[in-house]
Design a protein around this ligand. Structure first.
Ligand SMILES: Cc1cc2nc3c(=O)[nH]c(=O)nc-3n(C[C@H](O)[C@H](O)[C@H](O)COP(=O)(O)OP(=O)(O)OC[C@H]3O[C@@H](n4cnc5c(N)ncnc54)[C@H](O)[C@@H]3O)c2cc1C
Length: 368
């Protein structure tokens, strides 16, 4: 049976990046991906610029658009934020993820496509991994298999996510006036938003919100977005995935550790998951290379504590934005806050709510 230092299940951003970093540090790494090369992944493909430092050299070749304009729409009105440099890049997940897997391979990772993880048997210091093709031994097993995680289910970790997002999304042909900005659509009644993200020659269009909204309800909001944007009906696909912080259950047991969506750590405010997939890949890799303390506490310090604040922001923002949308405060502060959110992974630590102004705007709105 072949033996590896680390066996990674799942070749999305979390798995491919963990694999690359670990192999680069001299470890023997096996990456198992159940699909083939260039597999399709439903995703709007938006990368906030805080992702860029986590990407390997050469990522520019898979970027489809670099956008410095964000337009926020609500109730027939739009507010435009223009920045002096790009704040969001868009990619197609097929080529982006393939680029990350190819970089892992270039760095010495054994990448096996069309090989599906089926089971894991934990020994004292080793883990036996069973796939549809073979059996392997590893010192560590990293579950980067997205949501729901089979690795997590088998080992009994990572379940019980408290918050989930439900999303409806489709790709549509380009329409000129939507192609040079990120468009966000706010709606009364859901804790979430709609989007149009322009790619090279398509547009990702969707709506996502916390699971308190049903798919049927979200579908109505998507129809409103289609109508506002002049997009003909396209049947969307529906998805559910967890957002952090995931305090409810462990994300590791023995030598098994979950990362990315498998660990349930997408952003609670935006639903952005690629940043945290890459961030968790970095945390898990540095833990495996120097396994002092607990990996749980590293996740808590570097991800969960921030996301706890993000969750509060998310609730307050989506509940109350309608009372401040028309205030100059939203235009002034919104532009800067959004830039900081997109640029800075520690953004949530800098959020201090102007509670008195929010309250006064709220009361003004109520009195109208
Ligand atoms: C509609 C929608 C829009 C989104 N838009 C954005 C966005 O614009 N920006 C953003 O940052 N995030 C976005 N996200 C979230 C983002 O897509 C995820 O957070 C991100 O893909 C997580 O990466 P990952 O590597 O953890 O998992 P994944 O990308 O899901 O990768 C998991 C991999 O594991 C493989 N796998 C699964 N099971 C097995 C198995 N048993 N054996 C072997 N391989 C296996 C899968 O084939 C897959 O390749 C969006 C999500 C949705 C649903």
């Amino acid at each position: 049976m072949s033996t590896f230092d680390v066996i990674i299940v799942g070749g999305g951003p979390a798995g491919a990046s963990s694999a690359r970093i670990l192999a680069n540090s001299g470890l023997d790494v096996l990456l198992l991906e159940k699909a083939n090369e260039y597999r399709y992944k439903p995703c709007a493909g938006g990368l906030s610029v805080k992702v860029l430092p986590y990407l390997p050299d050469g990522y520019g070749s898979v970027v489809e658009r670099r956008l410095n304009r964000i337009v926020v729409h609500f109730d027939g009105r739009s507010i435009e934020f223009t920045y002096d440099k790009p704040v969001v890049y868009t990619v197609s997940r097929q080529t982006f993820d393939q680029f990350l897997r190819d970089k892992a391979q270039e760095n010495g990772v054994n990448v096996h496509y069309n090989e599906m993880f089926l089971d894991a048997v934990m020994g004292d210091d080793i883990i036996e991994v069973v796939t549809n093709k073979s059996r392997y031994i590893g010192r560590y097993l990293v579950g980067a298999d997205g949501y729901p995680s089979m690795v997590g289910n088998i080992v009994g970790i990572g379940s019980g996510y408290k918050s989930k997002v439900v999303a409806l999304e489709c790709e549509v042909p380009p329409i000129g006036k939507w192609m040079d900005a990120i468009h966000l659509f706010l709606f009364d009644g859901i804790l979430g938003y709609g989007w149009i993200f322009p790619k090279k020659d398509t547009m990702a269009v969707g709506v996502g919100a916390t699971v308190s909204s049903s798919r049927r309800e979200l579908h109505q909001y998507l129809l409103r977005l289609f109508s506002a944007a002049g997009i003909g009906y396209v049947k969307p696909h529906g998805y559910v995935y967890p957002v952090g912080p995931n305090y409810r259950s462990r994300i590791s047991r023995g030598g098994v550790i979950l990362v990315g969506d498998a660990a349930g750590i997408a952003d609670p405010f935006s639903g952005e998951g690629i940043y945290y997939a890459l961030k968790s890949a970095q945390i898990v890799s540095s833990y495996i290379m120097s396994p002092f303390g607990s990996v749980e506490s590293r996740f808590k310090k570097e991800i969960f504590n921030k996301q706890k604040r993000g969750k509060v922001l998310s609730f307050v923002f989506y509940k109350f934005f309608r009372y401040v949308f028309n205030q100059p405060m939203f235009e002034e502060r919104g532009k800067n806050a959004l830039r900081r959110f997109l640029e800075d992974g520690d953004f949530y630590y800098s959020v201090h709510f102007p509670w008195s102004r929010v309250l006064s705007a709220f009361l003004k709105g109520m009195n109208k």
